[in-house]
Ligand binder design. Structure first.
Ligand code: GLU
Length: 420
């Protein structure tokens, strides 16, 4: 089904296969289906950076707009060694479905630079970010395309991007990125948004399954902006967080971890490893530990054909983008595991990005309580709609979420028609 293109990559193939399957279920018009399979535009840039040792290293970067039919494009920027054009394009496509699914007036985009940010100094990362921003300048802007943090990037990265863009305009342009520091127009609650959205999705999931969120045993892979926040909020809700991991490995205690103390340990030591009264555990083993809820919130392709039958959780909430391969999806579905898919589970990030963008455009900022209650409302509505569709169609939650997201984007193409 998938022809060879310059977008060739594992994740792109998966994204296309998902689109093709859902297009069949939705009985999409073939010309619209074909349009959705291609990104609107993709830019490849070279980013020369003078490294601390005085030598110049040239990095490769990308920015892809998948669809502009529902509005300006929106999506994160990732710094990772695995980044390539196909992966970025697939992630841009997923952003289109995600934004449409939760009702945001955006098309999907994604950016990336192939690099290892952990092996770079802050100065090197700043130069990389500023030069990358300059190279993709043509494609970004508050009503054109609005980047945000993703894997390997953070608030500081967004501040550098905003500053670089603003300097070329001769004025401050807060609306060009989201996920900025509060002081330069960031939004209250943006940092916690993805983790908090996961909690709202899990709250609904346990409710419809006739359970309670309280006392559920939770394992979280990834203790960054997504996993770390989800772990803390779930612990506060009365869940027992038995295992967490970061890029160096994980820790485990069957009786549960004190997340507040763990956060202090991470702040002091730079990682979860060595936290008192825990056993070390690898990033692959942690997925197979006994628990009720598993949150893969690190990188892609963690639940695969070779480990899906050993996952003990009954609910998987995808904090990362694409953590479950299609083969694993089938195994988990057949075993009765409820998988809350990425485009629903982690949509809290882009939802509060939208709030940040709106606040920035209006120079009018909301209270954190307003942001969290609106986030809860959007997540709850989206979850319930997906759950109802899954029940009606007899499909899993991923299929239902994709059906809803893709249907809306396709409808946009249909009413707008083909130019010229
Ligand atoms: N990188 C996040 C995502 O994958 C957030 C994107 C955004 O806020 O624009 O959804």
């Amino acid at each position: 089904m998938t022809e060879k293109t310059e977008f060739e990559s594992h994740l792109y193939r998966t994204a296309l296969a998902q689109l093709d399957r859902v297009a069949g279920k939705l009985q999409l018009e073939p010309d619209i289906h074909e349009r959705l399979r291609h990104p609107r535009r993709a830019l490849i840039v070279s980013i020369p950076v003078r490294m601390d040792d005085g030598k110049t290293q040239v990095f490769q970067g990308y920015r892809v707009h998948h669809s502009t039919v529902l509005g300006p494009t929106k999506g994160g920027l990732r710094y990772d060694l695995e980044v390539n054009l196909g992966e970025v394009t697939a992630l841009a496509m997923l952003m289109s479905w995600k934004c449409a699914l939760v009702g945001l007036p955006y098309g999907g985009a994604k950016g990336g630079v192939t690099c290892n940010p952990r092996a770079m100094s802050a100065r090197e990362r700043e130069h990389l970010t500023r030069r990358y921003t300059t190279e993709i300048m043509l494609l970004i802007g508050p009503d054109l395309d609005i980047p945000a943090p993703d894997l390997g990037t953070d608030e500081q990265t967004m501040a550098w991007m905003m500053d670089t863009y603003s300097m070329t305009q001769g004025k401050s342009v807060p609306g060009v990125v989201t996920g900025k520091p509060l002081i330069v127009g960031g939004s209250a609650g943006r940092r916690e948004a993805t983790g908090r959205g996961i909690v709202y999705a899990l709250y609904q999931a346990t409710r419809v399954l006739g359970q309670q969120l309280r006392d559920q045993k939770v394992v979280v892979q990834g203790f960054g902006n997504v996993g770390g926040v989800a772990a803390r909020l779930l612990w506060r809700e009365g869940c027992v967080v038995t295992g967490v991991s970061d890029v160096k490995g994980g820790i485990w205690n069957a009786k549960g971890l004190d997340i507040r103390q763990l956060e202090a340990h991470v702040a002091a030591t730079g990682g979860v490893g060595g936290f008192p009264d825990t056993e070390p555990i690898s990033n692959t083993q942690i997925l197979e530990q006994p628990c009720d809820i598993l949150i893969p919130a690190a990188i892609g392709s963690q639940l695969r054909e070779d480990n899906a039958d050993r996952i003990k959780a009954t609910i998987v909430a995808e904090g990362a983008n694409g953590p479950t391969t299609p083969e694993a999806d089938v195994i988990l579905r057949d075993r009765g595991v409820t998988v809350i898919p990425d485009i629903l589970a982690n949509a809290g990030g882009v939802i509060v990005s939208y709030f940040e963008w709106v606040q920035g455009l209006q120079y009018y900022f909301w209270r954190e309580s307003e942001i969290t209650s609106r986030l809860q409302e959007v997540m709850t509505r989206a979850f319930n709609r997906v759950w109802a569709l899954a029940t009606k169609e007899g499909v899993d939650l991923r299929t239902a979420a994709l059906m809803e997201g893709i249907r809306r984007v396709a409808e946009g193409y249909k009413v707008r028609g083909l130019y010229p």
